[in-house]
Design a protein around this ligand. Structure first.
Ligand code: ADP
Length: 955
């Protein structure tokens, strides 16, 4: 590239020389551009330089005093030859730049970046570049700003060239004019031609000036007359005839604040420098202010004395304005960034820090120089370590950087208790994201305040809910305009929701139309109102409220607003409902009672009653209301009823059976109760009465029937006794009468058996034996039956009988039989005496001992024992054996007549013995039972009357 550029070098140097810029004094316009570049790129050093044949000549510089750099080491050379934006990140390592004085000495540059200054003809003449003493990075935005500033420098250069050229042209023209004027003096013939030529030149000059917005002037120092070009008059907004055409007249147009400075520059040019260059404000004839770039140069006469001064003015008002605006907005931006309470960090697409404000460092507790200390990545780590959720934060940041165009917001919680709101949005340049702005706001206090407010709101809500009082107001038209905290607290509506007629939306759908209409009516007519309806409470429960609203009027009677309150009456209403239901229930209960119901006060007056009382008594409701309890009975019972009523009030309860006296004089038997209760704080008697007519009738009938029955039973008993007697007599007579013929049969049969047996064959003998046997049995049966009958018939003579003696006698009687069967008997030695009949007693124990012998076990020697036990006024005698025993289900049956448990082949008997025992024992006023199990022997128990101490001691 060096070669190709070198080919143009001649042309380039020629172009540069046209600007006549080299070695010119400092120019504030260039200086401004250089300092803007340094400021916007955030670097300590910036330069505007031009590349000369053997050197880089520096026109403006910020942050360095270097004025020239050998061409071989010039950074400008790099920019000029590249014809494009150039960045050198480590110039110390660059062969050419290593010896650049900016690198070698202060500021020991580590970073170069800049644009070539390319003129409208496309020739690069110099460079605008920034230098940093450490590694630096320019954002796209900064690069672009640098480019614009470079362009501006070229524009200045062009302007300068134009000025220079026009100045030269002017000087030439003026010289020519002078010459012509001289010639004119000498050659009058030439006058007209010259005049024409002059005019033509002047016109050309004027045109040129108009086109370039460049005014020129000339000041004849000798005559103090000032000549302005047409364009200059236009710039000053002055007509030629209005201008006095002196230096002082010119000065008057200069803005008072710039006048001294301008005058000073002119004077200095006159005395020393020969030229001047100022920027000044002028006040035009119409009062508007313009900014001019004015330059002038002293023209000396042949003697070298200042004769004239020529110059030109360039109107730079618009450019200045743009510059100012740029300055303004930049400083505004910086000021804003610094002034905001948020911490702001701007990074480029490579996540490099472009800018941040003090607040940012402060919020994150970063040192002020953190941007140069923390490398990228470490910053996020150090920041996240302060957070409760460092991992979450790091992940979030990473994900945000992955999508350059996303906006993102979240809340950060710090370990030290602080809370930040974090916002991040992309930064665009020309519609493309070029970086990202992060802002952080410390909302710890705000969050705390919100928390406190929430608490107090909750408290307020509880208070309102507890007091159930809501206060509200509306405008004259009935529109809710203002907040009602109590309404909000009760209903949970927001201010926005309740506004206007919004409150209607939480009125119960069934009530809404009615309430809206009523509210319409009230606001239309201006009349206060009170109404009951349901609204939805904050917890979604429907609540009954009663609302009262009243208009508040101005002095002239016009309604100013409405105020009112709501009271939650749900609980009261519910309680009322319960009471009403309770009353309905008790009314229904009272009227459905089958009898009469009454409530009396302490004087006995009827307070309340049911319809039955009216029906039964025949009195009207009005009559009853004036009657007392005793008025419902006849005279003979009045006293009794009064007493019972008093008893209720004294003791709490009483009852009475009486005859209710109806209005028609009829008496109806009633059973009435009374109980003391307190109704409405008054002692009262509550009671019911039941019509007992039916009961009475049934009772009488019952009595009558019982009497009748008794009578019949007695009659029947007599009949039965007679029949039994007859039966017994018959049985006895029949048995007795049967004895003789049977005895005869037995006698004759035995006679035949003994005397004529030989006459009979074997079969006849067998028959005869059977006749004898059957007859014996018949005799036995008849004897037993007679015994049984006798027990029923015979009179009983009660006296003391010794059981000891009796049993001894019986054992003696059975001795032969006992011997034959080989039995063993025993008896208690102190068997008692009883009150009884000795015949019956003998029969009883004779039977029992005989059975004990009969029903013995074949394989076991018989044992019989007689013992006893004393009762209160009786004794029980036990006759025990070790015989075959009796199954429990037969224990009753064996005491009935003819009941036997065995066939005759097994054990002989008639089945009458135990029946006789039972009959005898009962005749003596005792009882008999058996305790036995099959195969385990039996105990027959006989309870008999004991002999009291005074009893006789008979045998
Ligand atoms: P019987 O003349 O048959 O003995 P009872 O009236 O004396 O008539 O007895 C009725 C029945 O009771 C007997 O047939 C017998 O089966 C039973 N019985 C009576 N005493 C005893 C006893 N001591 N042991 C077992 N069975 C008995």
């Amino acid at each position: 590239m060096g070669e190709s550029v070198a080919n143009n070098e001649h042309e380039r140097l020629e172009s540069l020389s046209k600007y006549d810029i080299l070695d010119t004094p400092a120019d504030p316009a260039f200086d401004d551009l250089a300092s803007l570049a340094a400021q916007l790129c955030n670097v300590p050093v910036s330069l505007i330089s031009f590349l000369d044949r053997d050197r880089e000549w520096i026109k403006s510089e910020v942050g360095t005093s270097v004025r020239e750099i050998p061409r071989d080491h010039a950074f400008a050379k790099r920019a000029v030859y590249s014809n494009d934006f150039v960045v050198v990140s480590d110039p110390g390592a660059d062969e050419e730049l290593r010896d650049n004085p900016l690198v070698k000495d202060e500021p020991h540059a580590r970073f170069f970046a800049g644009w070539p200054l390319i003129n409208p003809q496309g020739v690069a003449v110099g460079a605008l570049y920034v230098v940093d003493d450490h590694m630096h990075h320019l954002t796209d935005q900064q690069t672009q700003i640098l480019r614009v500033l470079g362009h501006e420098a070229v524009m200045l250069l062009e302007l300068r060239r134009e000025l220079h050229e026009s100045r030269e042209r002017n000087a030439r023209l003026i010289a020519e004019l002078d010459e012509m004027r001289l010639k004119l003096q000498d050659q009058s013939t030439e006058h007209v031609r010259v005049e024409i030529a002059l005019k033509q030149r002047e016109r050309q000059l004027s045109d040129a000036q108009r086109i370039a917005h460049l005014g020129s002037w000339e000041w004849d120092l000798r005559t103090n007359s000032v000549t302005w070009s047409d364009e200059l008059f236009r710039i000053y907004g002055v007509k030629p005839n209005q201008f006095e055409a002196t230096y002082e007249a010119y000065l008057r147009y200069v803005h008072p604040e710039d006048r001294v400075k301008t005058n000073h520059a002119v004077e200095r040019a006159l005395v020393a420098r020969g030229s001047f260059n100022t920027e000044e404000r002028i006040v035009r004839a119409d009062g508007t202010v313009r900014v001019l770039l004015t330059c002038g140069e002293v023209i000396r006469n042949e003697k070298g004395e200042p004769a004239r001064m020529v110059g030109c003015c360039y109107d730079i008002t618009e450019r200045k304005q743009i510059e100012n605006e740029l300055h303004h907005s930049l400083s505004l931006l910086n000021g804003t960034i610094e002034a905001t309470a948020d911490g702001i960090l701007v990074v480029d697409m490579d996540q490099k820090i472009v800018q941040f404000n003090r607040k940012f460092a402060e919020l994150w507790h970063f040192p002020k120089q953190f941007a140069s200390i923390y490398e990228e990545g470490r910053l996020v780590n150090i920041a996240s370590d302060q957070l409760k959720d460092p991992v979450g934060f790091r992940q979030k940041v990473a994900s945000i950087y992955k999508s350059p165009e996303c906006d993102s917001f979240d809340v950060l919680e710090f370990k030290d208790g602080r809370t930040f709101e974090r916002y991040s949005c992309p930064q665009y340049l020309g519609g493309k994201p070029v970086g990202r702005v992060w802002s952080f706001r410390d909302v710890t206090e705000r969050e705390r305040a919100v928390q406190v407010m929430r608490l107090s709101e909750e408290r307020y809500r509880s208070l309102v809910l507890a007091s159930a009082q809501i206060v509200w107001s509306t405008d004259a038209a009935g529109q809710v305009m203002e907040d009602s905290p109590s309404w909000r607290a009760f209903t949970g509506q927001t201010v926005a929701e309740m506004k206007g007629r919004g409150w209607l939306s939480i009125v119960h759908p069934r009530d809404r139309a009615r309430i809206a209409e009523m509210w319409e009516h009230a606001t239309r007519t201006g009349s206060a109102y009170q109404v009951e309806f349901r609204i939805r409470r904050a917890d979604s429960e429907w609540r009954y409220v009663t609302t009262r609203g009243v208009p508040v009027r101005e002095k002239d009677g016009k309604i100013r607003e409405w105020v009112g309150y709501c009271v939650d009456i749900t609980d009261i209403k519910n309680a009322n409902d319960v009471i009403l239901k309770e009353r309905d229930f008790s009314n229904a209960l009272i009227s459905s009672l089958p009898g009469i119901f009454y409530v009396l006060d302490e004087t006995g007056l009827n307070m309340r009653w049911n319809e039955n009382l009216e029906k039964v008594s025949g009195y009207s409701s009005l009559e009853i209301s004036k009657m007392r309890g005793p008025d419902f009975v006849a005279d003979d019972e009045k006293q009794l009823l009064s007493e019972r009523i008093h008893k209720v009030f004294d003791t709490g309860e009483a009852d009475v059976e009486l005859q209710l006296l109806t209005k028609s004089g009829e008496r109806v038997p009633f059973y009435c109760t009374g109980r003391l209760v307190h109704l409405d704080g008054r002692a009262s008697l509550v009671g019911v009465g039941i019509d007992v007519s039916e009961l009475k009738r049934a009772e009488a009938e019952n009595k009558r029937l019982n009497a009748e029955l008794e009578h019949r039973v007695q009659e029947r008993t007599v009949q039965l006794n007679e029949a039994t007697k007859e039966m017994a007599t018959f049985t006895y007579t029949a048995s007795h009468d049967l004895r003789s013929p049977i005895r005869a049969i037995v006698g004759f049969a035995r006679a035949i058996r003994e005397d004529a047996a030989h006459l009979l064959d074997e079969e006849s003998r067998l028959y005869l034996d059977r006749i004898i046997h059957a007859s014996d049995r018949m005799m036995q049966l008849i004897d037993d039956l007679l015994k049984y009958c006798r027990v029923g018939q015979q009179a009983v003579h009660l006296r003391a009988v010794s059981i000891q003696k009796l049993i001894e006698e019986i054992f003696q009687e059975f001795e032969p039989r006992l011997k034959s069967v080989g039995g063993e008997v025993s008896m208690a030695s102190d068997l008692p005496r009883v009150l009884g009949d000795s015949t019956l007693l003998h029969q009883i124990f004779d039977n029992l001992i005989e059975n004990a012998i009969t029903y013995r076990k074949q394989q076991e020697p018989l044992r019989i024992d007689v013992n006893w036990r004393k009762g209160v006024d009786d004794v029980v005698i036990f006759v025990s054996d070790n015989g075959i025993g009796i199954a429990p289900h037969h224990h009753q049956r064996i005491f009935e007549v003819f009941q036997r448990l065995h066939g005759l082949d097994d054990f002989p008997g008639t089945g009458i013995g135990l029946a006789t025992v039972k009959r005898s024992v009962e005749k003596l006023g005792g009882e008999v039972w058996v305790e036995s199990e099959l195969g385990k022997g039996s105990v027959f128990c006989v309870r008999l009357k004991a002999v009291d101490n005074g009893g006789s001691n008979g045998s």
